[in-house]
Design a protein around this ligand. Structure first.
Ligand code: KG4
Ligand code: ZN
Length: 345
């Protein structure tokens, strides 16, 4: 079934076409630069940008794929979680498209869609443990099938990506700063004792990253020279971090990755029958997180389903791919489909 996927939950307007699990084309209009000057996503601006970009992206996508609009058989749209105004723009577009063309509509939960997009590059494996590490969520799932996904652990406060962004903000890096911390720590060994690995002295599968953020805040207060003089300093060609900056970034990368590892291994212990380990979401683009999860999967003989970095952050392919799975399972929605900005849609 040729499925159009629409993603507009936050600050990326994205669309993709998937047929029989194969990606035929994708387009993305990123708003990151526009929001960067505000140090975070401005919801009203995000909604306006989605409204501006959805139609041009559809035209570009169809041209790229060499397909007529009449070939689309199903439209899938991210229904949440995310920013309400942004979601409503995507939903309005998808409903109008489905109604106008007389094709079925599928509302997609953005969170499992992040995990299942791995199916574009790997054969899906079940049962599995899923670790979702995005800007808004840090969730552990037990996955029996693409449509039987149970939440078994979550963050009690900040998400992993959010912790990266808050630490980046302390250092006066541009938003979203996770990728800069990743890059500036590369090639420098981490100091395992620089920051505490948070919320591990318990027997649950939940996370808490706010204490780690506070530890970095205290460290940066004592080392004010680490704060960049201007927000674009790290973007300048040839920028090299100081030894102390490289160590901070490397140690922070390691501390987050290690914390994710401990809870993920605990989940694997609890569900010994699982065959796969899915890792996705923006922070799964982090090179240290990727390496740590590759090691976990290899050591425990699990199949790792870790999308390429470009498929870890928000994209249309994940909505189209998961949307087609849901459509093939007959899980359609009516035109009364609602946005679910918070919680589990
Ligand atoms: O999944 P995503 O694109 O959007 C949400 O659904 O939240 O995740 C965005 C998050 C941001 O917090 C961003 O800083 C983080 O992913 N991120 C990274 C890296 N690339 C993106 N964090 C650490 N290292 C990276 N390389
Ligand atoms: Zn996301």
């Amino acid at each position: 079934m040729l499925c159009l996927g629409i993603e507009s939950s936050c600050d990326e307007t994205a669309m993709a076409l998937v047929r029989d699990g194969v990606l035929l084309g994708e387009r993305i209009a990123s708003q990151v630069d526009m929001h960067a000057v505000f140090g975070g996503v401005v919801p009203e601006l995000a909604s306006r940008e989605h409204l501006r970009w959805l139609y041009p992206l559809l035209d570009e996508l169809l041209q790229e794929a060499g397909l007529a609009v009449s070939a689309i058989e199903c439209v899938a749209v991210s229904r949440g979680p995310g920013l309400l105004g942004s979601l409503l723009v995507g939903l309005g577009f998808a409903k109008g498209f489905a109604y106008g063309r007389g094709i079925p509509l599928v509302g997609v939960n953005h969170l499992p869609a992040h995990l299942l997009v791995a199916g574009l590059e790997h054969k899906l494996v079940f049962p599995a443990i899923g670790l979702l590490v995005s800007g808004g969520h840090t969730h552990l799932y037990h996955m029996r099938s693409p449509v039987e996904v149970e939440l078994i652990g979550r963050t009690l406060d900040d998400a992993a990506g959010e912790a990266f962004d808050k630490v980046a903000k302390l250092l006066n890096f541009p938003y979203p700063g996770g990728k800069h911390i990743d890059r500036l720590g590369k090639g420098t060994p981490p100091d395992h004792n620089l920051f505490p690995r948070p919320y591990l002295h318990n027997d649950n599968l939940d996370f808490s990253f706010s204490g780690l953020k506070t530890a970095v805040l205290q460290y940066v207060h004592k080392h004010a020279e680490l704060v960049m003089p201007s927000m674009d300093a790290v973007l300048q060609p040839g920028f090299e971090p100081s030894t102390a900056m490289a160590c901070l970034c490397s140690s922070f990368n390691w501390t987050v990755a290690e914390t994710l590892r401990v809870k993920t291994e605990r989940a694997l212990d609890r569900y010994p029958d699982v065959r796969g380990l899915y890792v996705a979401g923006g922070a799964a683009a982090n090179s240290v997180v990727r390496k740590v999860m590759e090691d976990v999967a290899a050591r425990r003989n699990k199949t790792l389903l870790l999308p390429s970095p470009s498929l870890c952050t928000d994209n249309g392919a994940m909505i189209a791919f998961y949307g087609e799975i849901l459509a093939n399972a007959g899980l359609f929605h009516g035109l009364d489909l609602e946005a679910v900005p918070r919680g589990k849609p």
